[in-house]
Design a protein around this ligand. Structure first.
Ligand code: ME8
Length: 519
C-alpha cells in the first residue's frame, strides 16, 4: 500500500489578482506533490482561496461589489493561473464552500465543548492587511510617527464584544511542539515563535461583531468567526471533517503545510492550539518559505513593479518559470527575481546545457546510427559517467527535495548535466564515427541512458519538458520512479527490441531577453 502524503499551500486572499508570491508558493508545493508521487506515495494536494474577513469586505465595498462577487471573480483568476502553471492539486477549496462552513462550525463547537471559548470585550490593535491582532508591545513606529504592525502594515484600534479562545492554556504543549525536531522549518523561524510563546500567550479574540462577512458562530447571533479560525480549518474541511471517512482516515494529520514566513505564527501557534482544543492530531510539518522580491524590492502598486505571473508564464513558458523559481532561490530564504535573471538562467542551464545535451546526442544517434539502438559494452569512462548521473538523479536530488532544499537538489542535477557535456567533448563521438564506430555507439548510448535518468529526475520541476524529452527518447511517459533510475535493465530490452529514434526537434528554445522598459 502506497504511503499517503497530504500537503497544502496557504489559501490565498482573492482581494486582487494573484501575484508572483502566490505562483511561487503553489509551484513549490506542486513540485513537492509531483516528487512524492514519483516516490510512489499516494498524494493529496490542496490549495484554494481565503474569502472571508474584513480585508475582503472592505475591498469589495471599495469596488462597489458584494464580497461574494469579488471572491467569485478573483478566485477564478487563481484557478486559471494554477491551470496554466500545471498545478496538480486535488482540491481547490473556497472558504465560501458549504462544507467549509460546516467544518468551521464543527471545530468551533469542539473548542466550545472543551470550555476554551468565552465572551468578553476586545480592546486592542488590529491590522486589516494582515487580518491579525497585535499586542501594543509588538507595534513599531512608522516614519510619520504612526503605529504599524511588525509587518509594517497599518493598525487600527478596535473595541467590540467578541468570543475569546483560551490560547493561554496551551503555552506548554505549544513549546513542546515547537521544540519537536522537524515540526517547524527552516529552524531559523523557530526561535521567533518560541520567544513569542515565552513572552506569555494572551487569549485570542476569535469572533467579530462589527461586520458580517464570515462564518456564523454557532448559537451566537451577530458574531462571525475571526477569519483565521475558518481559514486554518480549510485544511481539514478538504478531508471530510467532521464526518470522517476515507480521506480523513488516510490523510490527516497533514505531512506538510507549505506557507510563507509572514504567517508562521498562525500555523505553528494558533492552528495547533485549535487542534489540541478540538482533540485532533497535529500536522507533522510546517515550512515557512521566504519572500520573492522584484530586483530586491517588495512589489507594490505604488512602485509600479507588480509582476503578473500569468504574463511571465505566457512569455517565457511555464516550465522555464517553474525551473527558474525553484533553482534560483534557496528555499526558506528570500530571493530576488527579474526577467533578465530568468532568461539568463534558463538559457544557460536548460537551453545550452540539458537541452543541447539531448539535442546533440539524439541527432547523432539518428544520423550516425540510423536511429537504432544496439547492444554495447561500457568502459570505465562510461561507467563513471553513469554513476555520477545516478548518484545525482536517484540519490542527491531526491534526498534534497525531501528536505525541501529544491535548489540544492537541482544544482546536483545540473552538475550531472555538465558532467555529461564534458564527457561528450572528451569522447568526441563525431571523430569516433570513422575511427571506431563501435566505441561511438557506446558513447552515444551511454549518453542516451544518462539523459533518460536526468529527465526522470527533474520531472517534478519541469513536467512538460521532461515528458517531451522522454517522448523523444522513445521511452514513454508512463510512471517513472526514482528507483527506476537505479535500474539499468531496461536498456538491453530496448536495444533488443530494435528501438528507433527519430531526428529530434529542439525542446528547450533559447529565450530572448526582454526589451528594456521605457522609462
Ligand atoms: O496570508 N513571496 O494569504 P495571502 C513569496 N489568506 N510568498 C508570498 C509573497 C511573496 N512576495 N507574498 C505572499 C494569506 N506570499 C492567508 C493565508 S492560510 C490558512 C491563510 C505568500 O494571499 C504568503 O506568505 O496574503 C502566503 O503563504 C501565501 O502567499 C498567500 O498569501
Amino acid at each position: 500500500m502506497a504511503e499517503p502524503y497530504y500537503l497544502t499551500t496557504a489559501i490565498h486572499y482573492p482581494n486582487g489578482k494573484p501575484h508572483i508570491g502566490h505562483a511561487y508558493e503553489t509551484i513549490a508545493a506542486d513540485v513537492m506533490a509531483r516528487f512524492q508521487r514519483q516516490r510512489g506515495r499516494e498524494v493529496r494536494f490542496q490549495t484554494g482561496t481565503d474569502e472571508h474577513g474584513l480585508k475582503m469586505a472592505q475591498k469589495a465595498r471599495e469596488l462597489g461589489k458584494s464580497p461574494r462577487e469579488l471572491a467569485d471573480e478573483m478566485s477564478g483568476y487563481f484557478r486559471d493561473l494554477f491551470e496554466v502553471l500545471d498545478i496538480s492539486y486535488d482540491r481547490f477549496i473556497r472558504t465560501t464552500d458549504d462544507d467549509h462552513h460546516r467544518a468551521s462550525q464543527a471545530i468551533w463547537q469542539a473548542m466550545s465543548d472543551k470550555g476554551d471559548l468565552y465572551l468578553d470585550r476586545y480592546e486592542g490593535w488590529y491590522s486589516v492587511r494582515d487580518e491579525a491582532y497585535y499586542d501594543e508591545k509588538e507595534l513599531v513606529e512608522g516614519q510619520g510617527g504612526e503605529m504599524l504592525s511588525p509587518q509594517g502594515t497599518p493598525v487600527e484600534w478596535t473595541e467590540e464584544e467578541t468570543w475569546f479562545f483560551r490560547l493561554s492554556r496551551y503555552a506548554e504543549p505549544l513549546l513542546e511542539l515547537l521544540n519537536t525536531p522537524g515540526f517547524l522549518e527552516p529552524t531559523s523561524r523557530r526561535n521567533e515563535m518560541i520567544a513569542f510563546v515565552e513572552r506569555g500567550l494572551q487569549d485570542l479574540s476569535v469572533s467579530r461583531t462589527s461586520f458580517d462577512w464570515g462564518v456564523q458562530v454557532p448559537g451566537s447571533e451577530g458574531h462571525v468567526m475571526y477569519v483565521w479560525v475558518d481559514a486554518l480549518t480549510n485544511y481539514i474541511t478538504g478531508l471530510g471533517y467532521p464526518d470522517g471517512g476515507e480521506l480523513w482516515e488516510k490523510f490527516w494529520p497533514a505531512d506538510l503545510h507549505l506557507i510563507g514566513k509572514d504567517i508562521v505564527r498562525f500555523h505553528t501557534i494558533y492552528w495547533p492550539a485549535f487542534l489540541m482544543s478540538a482533540d485532533l492530531p497535529l500536522p507533522k510539518k510546517v515550512f515557512g518559505h521566504g519572500f520573492l522580491l522584484n530586483r530586491g524590492l517588495k512589489e507594490s502598486k505604488s512602485l509600479g513593479n507588480v509582476t503578473d505571473p500569468m504574463e511571465l508564464a505566457e512569455k517565457f513558458g511555464v516550465d522555464a518559470l517553474r525551473y527558474f523559481l525553484m533553482a534560483e532561490v534557496t528555499f526558506g530564504q528570500d530571493g530576488s527575481y527579474s526577467a533578465e535573471a530568468l532568461v539568463n538562467k534558463v538559457n544557460a542551464e536548460l537551453a545550452n546545457s540539458f537541452g543541447n545535451l539531448a539535442q546533440r546526442t539524439l541527432s547523432m544517434i539518428s544520423k550516425n546510427m540510423d536511429g537504432k539502438l544496439v547492444p554495447f559494452d561500457t568502459n570505465a569512462d562510461d561507467r563513471a559517467l553513469l554513476a555520477t548521473v545516478k548518484e545525482a538523479s536517484a540519490h542527491i536530488l531526491p534526498r534534497e527535495f525531501e528536505a525541501l532544499n529544491f535548489s540544492v537538489g537541482i544544482e546536483a542535477w545540473l552538475k550531472a548535466v555538465f558532467a555529461c557535456n564534458a564527457y561528450v567533448d572528451e569522447q568526441a563521438p563525431w571523430t569516433l564515427k570513422k575511427t571506431d564506430p563501435e566505441r561511438m555507439n557506446a558513447v552515444l548510448q551511454t549518453l542516451f541512458m544518462a539523459i533518460r535518468d536526468l529527465a526522470i529526475a527533474i520531472q517534478p520541476v519541469i513536467p512538460t519538458k521532461s515528458a517531451a524529452v522522454l517522448e523523444q527518447l522513445g521511452v514513454g511517459q508512463g510512471h517513472r520512479s526514482y528507483d527506476d533510475i537505479a535500474d539499468n535493465s531496461w536498456f538491453s530490452a530496448l536495444a533488443a527490441s530494435g528501438h528507433f529514434i527519430d531526428k529530434p526537434t529542439p525542446i528547450f528554445p533559447r529565450l530572448e531577453l526582454p526589451e528594456p522598459e521605457a522609462v
